[in-house]
Design a protein around this ligand. Structure first.
Ligand SMILES: Nc1ncnc2c1ncn2[C@@H]1O[C@H](COP(=O)(O)OP(=O)(O)OP(=O)(O)O)[C@@H](O)[C@H]1O
Length: 677
């Protein structure tokens, strides 16, 4: 497995041309016979050209030199016929070559794309998206140049070079020998340039990936860019990467141009040598003008393939820079694979068991989960909560089998997840992820992707159950409205309800909800709760959340900290215990303690001192856990200190709050945090 901890853009391992070629050659399977036909077409085209040259020699000696129009017609008609046949063959060969190369590109792109889609989440966190895009586009094309065009080109050029060389020798071996003495110069020139061209090409590809990344990241963050007027900073970032590209590109052109010009000079030396020797031979009567012209024509045809061969060497060398970048990705192995003999247990009841699970993300030395054990019976709701970085989302990744645990097991209906075929497992366990995921498609397609082939009626029913139908029919094109994840057409809450409709349609026995209300404002979150409840009904639900408003409904709450379970029980029990959960709950409902991040206070807060107000700028108490996401839910809508002991709060209820904080500061009051209705 490639070291995924490495920054991809700069550290693709160097690979020899032959190894790179061998790696991608199997993808030409099924195309090889067509490549052979393409090659045969080039051979035929070369034969036609040779015949044309000989006819030209004939015309010069018999029609032109002797001024005989009668000697013109026969070779002229033959030449025309050969030109037409040659044109047809070239047309067929070139069209076939284009078809074969594009098929190869398509196949390779799909192959890499397929592979990338199986890679684990951390791969995408560690690689910039823009760089991956560039690998899937320009690097894929570079490999085509190496494997298909390169091979056919080399075979054709080699044949043509050999053929014209033989023809030149056959015509005048002494002249040919004189010119071929100079041939190694071409080879030396190519050799001199190939190393530098590969280096510069590698730098160009890295810069290409970096430019795509910067543009992609910058446009994805356009609101931040505009709101904080970061245009200059972003422009500088682009300029830096573009400068690297600029340098590589100019250097590459300079090298190629220098090589081209050097080859031109070598060619001129060869031509002058031929003319010089030819003039001497004609003066001694050993050669006719027609023969000299034919010989020069053979040389004219011989140089392009010879030059092409050398140039091809350079192109292929440059293309290996792209191959290195693709091979680096292809060498990253998926963390999970389908079992050889998948368990076929039918639709499970939904008993989930996490048994003594420990897990560490690949490439890190910190354990994300350690000795975690819990079980959820069919239809139960279990909430997993805890401070930021505790390992909650990691549990969801194991439940979906994005990763296998390092030790221990995750079981569904008593069967280890690794025994289920992956597609089956993900039919049985549905994830509602933290970020609302939307396809670039219609509203209908966005819901239907929960169950491909679902009927219109099923889609509408799912939308109704998710409280999404009403806003959908008000959209300009109803269910046919195109959804764009970046457009402001749908609010966060509406997108979340679309996601719920999709999950309802999927109808899996097990649900994993990762922060289903995070990022939504209080009203939007409230509107999501009813459909969420409908979705959860009758399904085993594991909800990972900082938001404890649904906690009283849970059959069990699991408090995780630093990858271990620190408390388990139902809401009332845990509150009564006055431990981590009670403090967590209190901190969520406490305006003074919630500074925007959800923290787990490990000690008791001081009792309220209502009569001794502190200055408004007094710092909030510090807690041990200071990392992680902002928790928007509580801030600005806080329920009031001391409320923690009350049960029966939550969605649909308003309540009075005290007017002062523990340190005596007046409390910002919000009339109704979760109004009923
Ligand atoms: N892709 C990753 N590679 C390496 N470490 C990771 C990766 N994702 C998470 N971690 C680490 O694993 C630990 C648990 O992370 P996890 O995302 O599960 O926490 P969490 O409880 O869900 O946090 P939050 O509430 O902030 O989402 C953290 O220390 C985190 O830094």
């Amino acid at each position: 497995m490639a070291d995924e901890g490495e920054e991809c853009e700069s550290e693709s391992p160097a690979i020899p041309v032959r190894a790179a070629f061998r790696r991608f050659w199997p993808l030409t399977k099924g195309l090889r016979k067509w490549l052979l036909v393409v090659w045969l077409c080039t051979v035929l085209a070369a034969l036609a050209e040779t015949e044309a040259i000989l006819l030209f020699s004939d015309l010069t000696d018999h029609a032109l030199q002797k001024g005989s129009p009668a000697a013109f017609w026969s070779p002229a008609v033959k030449w025309l016929g050969i030109a037409v046949v040659g044109a047809l063959v070239a047309y067929a060969g070139n069209s076939l070559a284009a078809w074969a190369t594009e098929r190869f590109v398509m196949r390779l792109r799909e192959h890499v794309f397929d592979h990338v889609q199986q890679l684990p989440p951390h791969f995408f966190q560690r690689h910039r998206q823009g760089d991956l895009l560039s690998r899937l586009t320009s690097d894929v094309e570079a490999i085509e140049t190496m494997v298909v065009s390169g091979l056919v080109g080399a075979a054709s050029a080699a044949f043509s070079a050999l053929f014209y060389a033989v023809a030149a020798f056959w015509l005048r071996w002494d002249l040919a020998a004189a010119t071929f003495v100079l041939a190694p110069l071409f080879w030396l020139a190519a050799r001199r340039f190939s190393g530098s061209i590969k280096d510069v090409s590698r730098a160009g590809r890295v810069a290409d990936g970096a430019i795509t990344s910067v543009v992609e990241e910058s446009l994805g963050n356009i609101v931040l860019t505009q709101a904080y007027d970061r245009r200059d900073a972003e422009r500088r970032r682009l300029h830096e990467e573009a400068s690297a590209w600029f340098r590589a590109s100019v250097r590459s052109t300079r090298l190629n141009e220098a090589y081209e010009q050097l080859v031109q000079v070598i060619e001129t030396v060869c031509v002058l040598a031929v003319i010089g020797i030819g003039a001497w031979e004609i003066s001694t009567g050993r050669m006719t003008l027609g023969q000299l012209l034919a010989f020069a024509a053979f040389l004219g045809y011989l140089y392009p393939p010879v030059r092409g061969l050398a140039q091809l060497g350079l192109t292929v060398t440059a293309a290996t820079a792209g191959a290195e970048r693709l091979i680096e990705i292809l060498d990253v192995r998926p963390c999970v694979t389908d079992p050889r003999h998948g368990a076929d247990v039918g639709r499970p009841d939904g008993t989930v068991e996490v048994r003594d699970v420990s897990f560490r993300y690949p490439g890190t030395d910190r354990t994300a989960l350690e000795g975690l054990s819990f079980a959820v019976r069919p239809g139960e709701l279990v909430i997993i909560t805890g401070p930021s970085g505790a390992g909650k989302s990691t549990v969801s990744k194991l439940l979906l089998r994005f990763y296998d645990p390092d030790s221990g097991d995750v079981l569904l209906d008593g069967v280890p997840l690794r025994d289920f075929p992956l597609a089956r497992l993900r039919e049985y366990v549905t994830l509602l992820p933290q970020e609302t995921l939307v396809l670039h498609d219609t509203v209908r397609a966005n819901i239907a992707c929960g169950r491909p082939g679902a009927s219109e009626q099923a889609i509408v029913e799912a939308a109704k159950a998710a409280d999404a139908h009403d806003f959908i029919v008000r959209l300009p094109d109803g269910y046919d409205t195109k959804v764009d994840p970046n457009s402001a057409r749908l609010s966060g809450g509406q997108l979340q309800r679309l996601a719920i409709a999709r999950a309802i349609l999927r109808d899996a026995p097990v649900l994993v909800l990762d922060e289903p209300t995070t990022g939504l404002d209080a009203m939007a979150a409230r509107r999501v709760v009813k459909p969420l409840r409908r979705l959860m009904t009758g399904r085993t639900t594991i909800m990972i959340t900082h938001d404890l408003n649904l906690a009283p409904d849970a059959d069990r709450i699991i408090v995780v900290d630093r990858g271990r379970i620190v408390e388990t029980g139902c809401h009332d029990e845990l509150l009564a215990r006055g431990g981590a959960y009670a403090r967590l709950h209190r901190s969520q409902n406490n305006a003074a303690l919630d500074t925007g991040e959800l923290r787990m206070p490990l000690w008791e807060e001081p009792q309220p001192q209502p009569q001794t107000p502190a200055p408004a700028w007094a710092p909030a108490p510090a807690y041990e856990y200071g990392h992680g996401h902002g928790q928007e839910q509580g801030s600005g809508h806080e329920h009031g200190y001391g409320y923690a002991q009350g049960r029966g709060y939550g969605y649909g209820q308003g309540y009075a709050v005290p007017s002062v904080l523990p340190d005596g500061r007046p409390l910002f009051r919000d009339e109704e945090v979760w109004p009923s209705g």
